[in-house]
Design a protein around this ligand. Structure first.
Ligand code: IVH
Length: 687
């Protein structure tokens, strides 16, 4: 066969296979049998072998896998992958609806209701109609690139059937393992004496991370697509986007519904709740989204969630089992959590052995007695919890259980602050989990990001007496570290390995510590591990006070004056800095060269380049999240407004900006600038 002929035949076979694949896996309406399909595939594979240079990276033959990925590289999402806020009751949904109505100022609106698939979120990018890249959600900002594995999922098109010319777009969806594949997989595992997966979600997640894509292909994963992002998309609402995605060849659930008013949403939920048990895959609720893109934009986002969507999670499944013991865990801030140890029980497909009891009040409310029979609930990704006791099964003479008085770790008498539910161990200095927890928090990715020091390593350093406080990290020397060693035993498998600090490890640790000195003040402040001080609050305080000294010297009134700072946060800060041990740590960190002040130009007190300028931000950006753009502007003295008026100086436009905003800006002659323009503007002025 001549090359030209081969090329034509390969194209023909690929098109046929893609079409049959689509009919089988997306439409569930095959027109040929397996045998015929296999024949076509075999012919294609053999031609591609004979003419290797004609092999296309998105040939349907790639579905069978074969490529091995040693390490899944981290990739930054072009559009952040957000999650949804959860509701569990119709009252909460009604409240959501009221917020939407208020946010839209009385305009009419519609919802699209969808299933909430219980699997693994992915984002798949297409360029010029071809699958380019697939990634997991990760932390929402960056995930792992798993393209090769995703290509083996037959319902995900490798090439899209679109006539609209859109150079690039990204679909979002949920990879899941259908029940029949899950049962098959676990049976095979059992037969081979391997550990089985607890539920289909874990199985899907585990499968996507297999190194050998041929094995992934054997796992029979599937994927529903529930959204699309991109520039110049040919629709202006979510409903149309889903229907267009269907036409482009994506698998979109047919259980989507357009609803007007919350009552219609309730009926949808009732219908799905009844149908849930018959579905061939797991769902853990439904998702409700405002349909119109312009309205979505108007409602906007909180720091974590869209305000235009919410999930309604189904009531968790319940099991009855025996309470064997209550143990008490001490966390990084000294908070003590009672945990119930249970006789193993299977709930919603997974084995539950422990359940959180939250705090003393919760324990007393349940009125737990020794060896009680308890109801345990587990739903989706929620930690199992005890929801009730079957008193009729209580053994005669059983004694009531009481919360402990002393720390199980260090024996110190526990404290409980007025108005607080949580007990804590005040021995922050010497209580082992607190020492460990503080250091782990300090080095964590969102804090100082010292990733060459994992949990095992910090544990070893603490045990060997090399570190006790976070400040000790910066005194570590090469000699302190080299040659340290310990044996780690995996509690699951019982296998042991030796962790030892060799030349390269030591160099990496010391370099990472050095680099961490560049971490900006707001993250250093978060890293200090002050009670109740989360990331967002740390950022606000850092920007407000500009440096650690101003914060440490601030009166309670000054603290409370900061947006969103309440009594709890203020008390946390006061208590932290009233402890001379903590001020000593701050001094040591200062001497080590950490950033304990905002860089000069970023404090709000210093008038800077954007001073007096008013900005409106709209759309999705390539290199920064919207929140980051907001901060960049505010750091330089600019102010952000929610809507355009004659007082607006600039409209910063990202992708998918609503047409209304553009129109208004144009009408008022307000310059529309891109993310790049904004960055240049800041750069040009030399700040
Ligand atoms: S929309 C901004 N739709 O639920 C909106 N998510 O907590 C983002 N999920 O990680 C998500 N089914 O993996 C959306 N029909 C659906 C979904 C869905 C399942 C998952 C998704 C995400 C999580 C959100």
């Amino acid at each position: 066969m001549k090359e030209e002929e081969a090329r034509k035949r390969i194209e023909e076979l690929s098109a046929k296979i893609n079409e049959h694949n689509y009919r089988y896996y997306v439409l569930a309406d095959p027109v040929i049998g397996d045998y015929e399909f296999d024949q076509l595939m075999e012919e294609l594979i053999s031609l591609e072998k004979r003419f290797p240079h004609l092999l296309d990276k998105n040939s349907p033959s790639q579905r069978v896998g074969g490529q091995v990925t040693k390490k899944f590289p981290a990739v930054r999402h072009k559009y952040p992958m957000l999650s949804l806020s959860n509701t569990y009751s119709r009252e909460e949904l009604t409240a959501f609806d009221q917020r939407v109505r208020k946010g839209l100022g009385g305009e009419p609106y519609e919802y699209v209701c969808e299933l909430k698939f219980d699997g693994v979120a992915i984002g798949v990018t297409y360029r010029e109609g071809e699958l380019e890249r697939a990634a997991t959600r990760g932390d929402g900002v960056q995930g792992d690139e798993i393209t090769t594995n995703v290509k083996t999922i037959p319902s995900i098109p490798l090439k899209v059937k679109t006539t609209d010319h859109i150079s690039a777009f990204e679909v979002r969806g949920e990879v899941y393992m259908p029940h029949h594949s899950f049962v098959q997989l676990n049976r095979a595992k059992e037969k081979n004496g391997e550990a089985t997966f607890a539920n289909p979600r874990n199985a899907a997640a585990g499968s996507l991370k297999l190194q050998d894509s041929a094995q992934v292909a054997q796992r029979h994963l599937d994927c529903f697509i529930y959204g699309v992002l991109g520039e110049n998309l040919p629709f202006s609402n979510h409903w149309d986007s889903l229907n267009t995605l269907k036409q482009w060849g994506f698998k979109v659930s047919d259980r989507i519904s357009k609803c007007t008013g919350i009552e219609e949403v309730f009926s949808y939920i009732t219908g799905i709740e009844a149908e849930r048990g018959q579905l061939p895959f797991d769902i853990d609720g439904v998702v409700i989204k405002v349909n119109n893109y312009r309205q979505q934009e108007k409602l906007g986002y909180t720091s974590k969630f869209p305000r235009w969507a919410i999930s309604y999670k189904f009531k968790a499944e319940r099991g009855l089992t025996k309470l064997l013991d209550v143990i008490y865990q001490v966390g990084r801030t000294g908070a003590v959590t009672p945990v119930a140890v249970l006789e193993p029980v299977t709930i919603a497909g997974s084995t539950v052995r422990r359940a959180s009891l939250y705090n003393q009040d919760r324990m007393e409310e349940l009125g737990l007695h020794d060896k009680d029979s308890v109801y345990v609930e587990k739903g989706g990704d929620i930690i199992p919890k005890i929801v009730g006791v079957d008193e009729s099964l209580r053994p005669a003479g059983a004694t009531p259980l009481h919360f402990i008085d002393n720390s199980p770790e260090c024996g110190t008498a526990l404290k409980r602050d007025k108005g607080e539910a949580v007990h804590y161990c005040p021995n922050s200095e010497e209580c082992p989990p607190q020492i460990q927890g503080r250091i782990e928090h300090f080095i964590s990715r969102r804090a100082m990001n010292i990733d060459s020091l994992g949990q095992g390593k910090t544990e070893l350093l603490i045990r060997k007496g090399k570190i006790h406080h976070i400040a000790d990290l910066y005194d570590l020397t090469y000699e302190d570290l080299i040659g340290l060693e310990k044996t780690i035993t995996d509690p699951e498998t019982g296998k042991s390995r030796t962790l030892s600090f060799r030349e390269k490890t030591v160099r990496n640790i010391l370099n990472a510590l050095q680099t961490s000195k560049e971490v900006p003040f707001e993250r250093v402040l978060y890293a200090l591990g002050i009670r109740h001080l989360g990331e967002t609050m740390a950022r606000k305080l850092a920007r407000h006070f500009g440096n650690i000294d101003n914060l440490m010297n601030a009166s309670r009134e000054e603290l409370i004056r900061v947006d969103d700072v309440g009594d709890k946060v203020a008390s946390g800060i006061e208590a932290h800095f009233n402890d001379p041990r903590n001020t000593e740590i701050v001094n040591r960190l200062r001497n080590a060269g950490l950033n304990l002040a905002m860089k000069e130009e970023t404090t709000t007190t210093a008038p800077t380049v954007l001073s007096g300028k008013s900005f409106v931000i709209s759309g999705v950006f390539h290199n920064h999240s919207r929140e980051e753009i907001r901060q960049l502007i505010e750091n330089k003295g600019g102010t952000i407004k929610g809507s355009i008026s004659s007082k607006t100086d600039f409209l910063v436009a990202g992708d998918n900006m609503g047409p209304e905003k553009r129109k208004k800006a144009e009408a008022l002659d307000i310059p529309i600038i891109s993310e790049e323009d904004l960055l240049n503007m800041m750069q040009d002025s030399g700040t």
